[in-house]
Design a binder for this molecule. Sequence first.
Ligand code: MN
Length: 282
Amino acid sequence: MLNKNIETFLGCDNEYGESDIVVFGAPFDSTTSFRPGTRFASRTMRGESYGLETYSPYQDKDLEDLAVFDGGDLELCFGDTEKVLAAIESYTTRVLRDNKRPVMIGGEHLVTLGAVRAVARKYPELYVVHFDAHADLRDDYLGITLSHATVLHRVWDIIGDGRIYQFGIRSGERSEFQWGQDHVTTQKFNFKGLAEVVEKLQGKPVYFTLDLDVLDPSVFPGTGTPEPGGVSFMELLEAIQTVSQLNLVGCDINELSPVYDQSGASTAVACKVLRELLLAMA
Ligand SMILES: [Mn+2]
């Protein structure tokens, strides 16, 4: 028997039933404020992931030893953000019900809201760790409340004060930072204090959302709103390994926009970050 041509992310070819982690794509970029294109991230990453090894010399772990299922991309409708979020929520709910951990590939950052809706229902005591260049704390963006620029405010609507820890933030309106002071914990520019947060949240359920634009644009130019002054790949890798000491009940990586990645280097970075995140979660 010959096998069908099914392209999964590197090393994520386990069956659903035997998997602990479920990778899936949410190819949505309709609220992107500046340069769209993140809808192509997951499929591009699957193809390009084969340029990587499954083995990580950083962690001395191999994707081949993990039970990861790649569910492909959700088929999301165009033009109705609530319907898109409901589809992401429903898929995430199914994964959680089967006692597996969802790892979503965005898409723009708003996709996080759909996943958090599901995760917070299962884990009402949920905390969120958020790496990003942007605060994403606006209450609305040009009158729209569901936007990639408001996503962490919408997450706050669900989980409330003192539950969101942001790192690497270097862009936002003054009012976002002021609002944030009363409601979330924001570490600007870098990962200082991350180890202490991880210590404090031991045993708590944590959702980890990683906007790849936390990286410096010299490392990761292929994104919709590049923001100079970001962290290096090695700083991010170390931070991911620190975060992985938490009880991670769900994760996402988002905002790769392959159309702005002429060299392919940003996609390679995103693939390597996902490999290391999966290995760290194991
Ligand atoms: Mn961002």
